[in-house]
Design a protein around this ligand. Sequence first.
Ligand SMILES: [Zn+2]
Length: 235
Amino acid sequence: MKLHALAIAAHPDDAELGCGGTLLRIASEGRLTGILDLTHGEMGTRGTAESRAAEAAEAARILNLAVRANAGLPDGGILNLPEQRLKVIQYIRQYQPNLVLCNAPYDRHPDHGNAAILVREACFLSGLRKVETFDGEGNPQEPWRPAHLYNYIQDHWFTPSFVVDITSWHEEKLAAVRAFGTQFYNPALKDQPETYISKPTFLQHIEARARELGHMVGVTFGEGFISDRPLLMNL
Ligand SMILES: [Zn+2]
């Protein structure tokens, strides 16, 4: 299946938080979107790999994703290693996205910055014919290099290279985030240990961030992205 946009995320919920509104916006235009979670989030303090898989499936439904896959890399152990790169390249060649959105270049969780490095190198190497990979049936895959690669903003603040207006999709984005019921504020789970992201102020921060990014470009809610090269403007 060929996708227009593939969001690649170290952990299930990273993509929802960082670019969920943008994925909804692209899908609303009839273009196919997907998420590749690199790990199952099995090292998370709350919930289990199984509960997060069920939550990820519900969030995928809310986001109208055409596909959601999991690379099965070790949570807390994402590194730019040849075997991890080849796994990511297999998915890039399988879905042939025009646009890849991936984790922030540097962040509170070390997996995020490491995933950004891993995905950037995988996107480049995926375009090289002599890097050999095979699909699930053992057939050699064709090279594919995404035309666009941008990082979404996560915990640490970055000045965005551009902002996407997600005003019409902000509520659905929050619904997709709340689908991860074990991870974020949930009064029904008072007996579970509190984490950095399970406090009620975390979701308030997500809304504040979207308002700030929207304000920068004159809309109500936005998501910001970082580009490592100048963007072409047709004025
Ligand atoms: Zn994460």
